[in-house]
Design a protein. Structure first.
Length: 279
């Protein structure tokens, strides 16, 4: 089997379906505060499934609203643009790929991605990052895996076999078999979808320990990914905890009590969010 070159992978990325227009618009305006929220609400309402999930999340403990949110315009008003962007993007992404071939646990993939997103949102304030952007980056961090599993099933099966035979990390197995890893592929997909550079970088660097000393969003996602694996929220028997950046761990500067509280809150929030988004 001749492995695909990175150019072939990029061509497959360009054949993927586009995300809903409202998501592309939201992600392209991540740093803007002048978005017309009334127009945004109208666009969300056009997608009934998206609107229903948005309302369920708006009324969850994730945002802790004091009174019930009954409509999309109200949700946009009380949650604000940045939170709504997070919710809409998350709901759209979890429905954007068809289940992959045999041997790929689609449900476990999204459970891990959502767990990483939740952990990233919890960690972000301790690393001076925006919690909503951190949630989105955490949700996106392994999208490259979906590209490999759905577009290159034979190669992905070979990657899994290599990993099991060598007891290695997936990224190492990917490099050995196809010469690229899921972080590179995911970053290319984020660029194709015109996601902000900060999110592209976080996806690209979440395993790049040598580049994490500067902190920021890549470090948040790196640590969140490790916490999601440590808590085993995906329920994968053969999951391996990734190598952790010691400098990054020290940068969080939390004591044991605070860490345990953060882990408990991550588990509780994940349980609620997964019932809404993954069922």
């Amino acid at each position: 089997m001749t492995p695909p070159g990175f150019e072939q992978i990029l061509r497959q990325i360009q054949e993927l379906p586009s995300l809903p227009a409202v998501v592309l618009e939201l992600m392209s305006s991540i740093d803007q505060d002048d978005t017309d929220v009334h127009v945004l609400a109208q666009k969300i309402e056009l997608d009934q499934a998206l609107a229903a999930k948005t309302l369920r999340i708006a009324n969850s403990s994730f945002y802790g609203m004091q009174s019930k949110v009954n409509s999309i315009p109200q949700a946009v008003s009380v949650l604000g643009f940045h939170s709504i962007r997070t919710v809409v993007t998350a709901c759209a992404l979890t429905g954007s790929f068809a289940p992959a071939g045999e041997g790929f646990d689609f449900q476990a993939f999204w459970r891990h991605s959502l767990a990483t997103a939740v952990a990233a949102r919890m960690l972000a304030p301790h690393l001076h990052s925006n919690p909503e952007t951190a949630f989105t980056a955490g949700l996106l961090h392994d999208l490259g895996t979906l590209v490999l599993a759905t577009r290159f099933p034979a190669e992905y099966a070979a990657i899994r076999s290599y990993r099991q035979a060598h007891d290695s990390q997936m990224a190492d197995a990917e490099q050995a078999v196809i010469g690229a890893d899921h972080a590179q592929v995911g970053s290319a997909l984020a660029a194709y979808w015109k996601f902000p550079l900060a999110i592209q970088q976080a996806v690209a660097d979440h395993h790049a320990i040598e580049r994490l000393d500067g902190g920021g969003l890549p470090l948040v996602v790196h640590l969140a990914n490790a916490l999601a694996h440590a808590l085993d929220l995906a329920g994968q028997e053969d999951a391996l905890a990734p190598t952790l950046s010691p400098t990054g761990w020290r940068n969080v500067a939390l004591g044991d009590t605070a860490w345990f509280a953060l882990l408990r809150q991550t588990e509780r929030t994940f349980d609620e969010m997964s019932r809404i988004m993954l069922t």
